[in-house]
Design a protein around this ligand. Structure first.
Ligand SMILES: Nc1ncnc2c1ncn2[C@@H]1O[C@H](COP(=O)(O)OP(=O)(O)OP(=O)(O)O)[C@@H](O)[C@H]1O
Length: 456
């Protein structure tokens, strides 16, 4: 069979073509002469965590300004009117090799700009990013290693950057798994101590006596089983840097008193010692407990609470950052696909359900779930692969998100009818007939509402 026969048999209409382009693992991106994005394929989701609808019609510079990718390549192409290939980094940490080809009209003016972008290497989520040599100041990724699309989180990160510069003690509050530890690290990396050590102790994970020796160290022979050389504690090892006291709400009261002295006097005495040691450290503490309540019940020292609470930062739970759920899913999918040498995809229905789930364990729960799904699911992670409780709760939540306006209700009825009809009829011509609309309009609605079905 020749290629042309094959294409004729395929009934290669617009729908089929768009469907084919969405299968491409490379991103395809088309701009008009005003730098308005007039086409993008499905790959934009995994590269930027954005749906096509969020991208189409936007001026490319708006997305560059929001940090979705850098450096910008289009000004150069418009200027030079010749193809350019360059390395770019996206907001999700994907490294892309991007080729841009300008299409010129008879007058040698740029009519269209066609871009293809291929992933170069794994997403570098949460690792300090080396700045790309081409990266200009204006297009610099504004939040470094922490990824977010949520406005409240962006404000929080700006605030964190500001307080990073000061040397004050900080308290980070928030539910478990919301990213308190990585925020502490972010603050350290953005402050004047960034070249010093960043050491963490998890007060909930180690017994009280061990915690004391870990923090303060001990002198030679100070207790049975102690090393005869003694040992430096975390406070001393972190001199010139930052100590992160994770889960400080679990620190025993006697140790709270010793930490208070470190904060106030910058001095401490190692276990078994009699000489004070001086340290230059910044303390950042975090907890998911209600310290105020603990102060009232006398399980947390009031004076320490006020010393720690000079500046506090409240991490929002993931359920209040709904726009971050899908990008984070793609990040972790990418990460675990690479770690486990897999190439799993995720269905649109599954994504929708997960974005309505309440995530009580926040980002850590999401990360663990995606790793499990990458390992246990078939080629495409689907709703059936989810733990039952999650499936039921997500579904319930989706059903409860009922339309709140007439327009939304019409939109959702339209979507349901188009999807139903397309599932049965499988072509825009038959859908048009079924719903008594023009074929062009039917094709448009199918593209809008049935992307996932087009691939079946
Ligand atoms: N913005 C983010 N982008 C990507 N991954 C994140 C983000 N925030 C948190 N994570 C990941 O989620 C997991 C939990 O984050 P982290 O340990 O910082 O949370 P936590 O609030 O300190 O948790 P806990 O209270 O249990 O100590 C980590 O694996 C972290 O890498």
């Amino acid at each position: 069979m020749t290629l042309s026969n094959f294409l004729t048999d395929l009934d290669l209409n617009m729908e089929t073509l768009i469907n084919i382009l969405d299968y491409s693992s490379d991103e395809i991106f088309v701009l008009d002469k005003n730098k308005k994005i007039i086409y993008v394929n499905d790959a934009c989701k995994k590269h930027y965590g954005l749906n096509k609808e969020d991208v189409l019609g936007k001026i490319s510079l708006e997305l560059v300004d929001k940090g979705y990718w850098y450096p910008s390549i289009f000004p150069d192409v418009l200027d030079r009117k010749e193809p350019i290939t360059m390395k770019q980094t996206t907001i999700l940490g994907a490294e892309l090799l991007t080729s841009v080809v300008p299409i010129l009209n008879d007058k040698k003016e740029v009519e269209l700009i066609v871009t293809t972008a291929r992933e170069l290497q794994s997403y570098k989520m949460l690792k300090a990013k080396e700045k790309d040599a081409h990266q200009s100041k204006e297009t610099e990724d504004p939040f470094g290693s922490i990824m977010t699309n949520n406005e409240k989180m962006k404000d929080l990160l700006k605030f964190a950057k500001k307080v990073a510069a000061a040397n004050s003690t900080l308290l980070i509050l928030g539910e478990s798994g919301t990213g308190k530890s990585i925020l502490a690290q972010y603050i350290h990396e953005n402050g004047s101590r960034k070249n010093g050590p960043f050491l963490t102790i998890n007060c909930a994970a180690i017994p009280a006596d061990l915690m004391e020796s870990e923090l303060f160290g001990y002198t030679p022979g100070s207790f049975t089983n102690a090393s005869r050389f003694g040992k430096k504690g975390i406070l001393e090892c972190a001199d010139g840097g930052t100590v992160f006291l994770d889960e400080i709400g679990d620190m025993p009261l006697p140790l709270q008193a010793k930490i208070l002295q470190v904060i106030q006097e910058k001095t401490f005495i190692p276990i078994g010692g009699n000489k004070e040691k001086q340290v230059d450290i910044r303390i950042i503490a975090a907890t998911n407990k209600d310290l105020n309540k603990m102060v009232k019940s006398k399980t947390f020292r009031e004076d320490l609470y006020y010393r720690l609470n000079v500046v506090d930062i409240q991490m929002p739970p993931l359920r209040e950052r709904q726009e971050d759920i899908i990008p984070l899913i793609y990040n972790f999918l990418y990460k675990f696909n690479r770690i486990h040498e897999m190439n799993k995809l995720i269905s649109k229905d599954c994504l929708e359900l997960l974005s309505h789930y309440s995530w009580p364990g926040n980002i850590r729960q999401l990360e663990n779930l995606i790793e499990r799904l990458v390992i246990v699911s078939d080629d495409v992670i689907d709703i059936d692969d989810l733990p039952e409780g999650m499936y039921n709760q997500g579904l319930l939540q989706m059903e409860n998100t009922a339309p709140t306006s007439l327009n939304q209700a019409i939109e959702s009825a339209k979507k349901e009818m188009v999807r139903k009809s397309y599932k049965v009829n499988k072509s825009s011509r038959r859908v048009a007939k079924d719903l008594q609309i023009s074929q062009t309009y039917a094709a448009k609605l199918i593209r809008e509402y049935c992307q996932d079905l087009l691939k079946d």
